[in-house]
Design a protein around this ligand. Structure first.
Ligand code: GSH
Length: 222
């Protein structure tokens, strides 16, 4: 096992971290957590991430969780990989961090409200779904409009925000939001599919197998 280890789940937001690692080019082990079987709640995995979620990244002897924090760390540690823009005159100094947090705390929640409303209520699931769709209706036109004028979220420069956005719209969410009929988002997806780090990450995500969790390198969290 390499010293960098990503715990991920199939078709989850961990895809963004997987793509970031591919873009960096660091050697890493990817361990698939079987969410459908509840492996994220196993005692072994809870030692890695007590929040019972993926992604979790073991790197430099530490375990990092929370996608936005992981991506922020990777961007700062491997600046040459250009995961986020730093010298783009179109982009304000705080914008990439704002966008990361927007993806993880806003878009991800809208997605979960629509696809997994039971996580939010013991009451009416349709009410939660409606709230999620209301959120999407607010942000979707802005995203479509911005991507219709640019190649990537930050203009000519690819970033992990492109992957995060694409994931937020992926799978069943795409059907619910009629993404195939949103031309800019469609073109963005086609472009992203050809981006080498993303293509490699998708392949790895699909081919990965879940298995026993090795906690030998896990150090106790604070
Ligand atoms: N705030 C966390 C959320 C992570 C999260 O929700 N991960 C989902 C997959 S996309 C998960 O592991 N869910 C566990 C479950 O469904 O039980 C982050 O941004 O990393």
């Amino acid at each position: 096992m390499s010293d960098v280890c990503l715990y991920y789940g199939y078709e989850t937001c961990a895809r963004v971290t997987m793509t970031a690692l591919e873009q960096i080019g660091v050697d890493f082990t990817a361990i698939r957590i079987d969410l459908a079987a509840g492996q994220q709640k196993s005692p072994e995995y809870l030692q890695i991430n007590p929040n019972a979620e993926v992604p979790a990244l073991v790197i430099g002897g530490r375990t990092l969780t929370q996608s936005a924090a992981i991506l922020h760390y990777l961007n700062a540690t491997y600046p040459d990989a250009r995961l986020l823009p730093s010298e783009n005159p179109l982009v304000g100094i705080n914008e990439p961090l704002e966008d990361l947090l927007w993806c993880s705390t806003t878009l991800h929640i809208y997605r979960r409200q629509v696809l997994n409303p039971a996580r939010f209520t013991v009451g009416n699931l349709d009410d939660v779904r409606a709230k999620g769709l209301e959120g999407w209706a607010r942000v979707l036109p802005r995203i479509e409009q911005r991507l219709s004028r640019r190649m990537w979220w930050y203009g000519d420069e690819w970033s992990v925000i492109d992957v995060y956005l694409n994931w937020a719209f992926s799978g069943l969410m795409a059907e619910r939001l009629d993404i195939p009929n949103k031309p800019a988002l469609q073109r963005h997806e086609e472009r992203l599919a050809k981006y080498p780090a993303f293509a490699r990450a998708l392949l790895r995500e699909r081919e990965g197998q879940s298995g026993p969790i090795d906690i030998s390198k896990v150090i106790e969290r604070r």
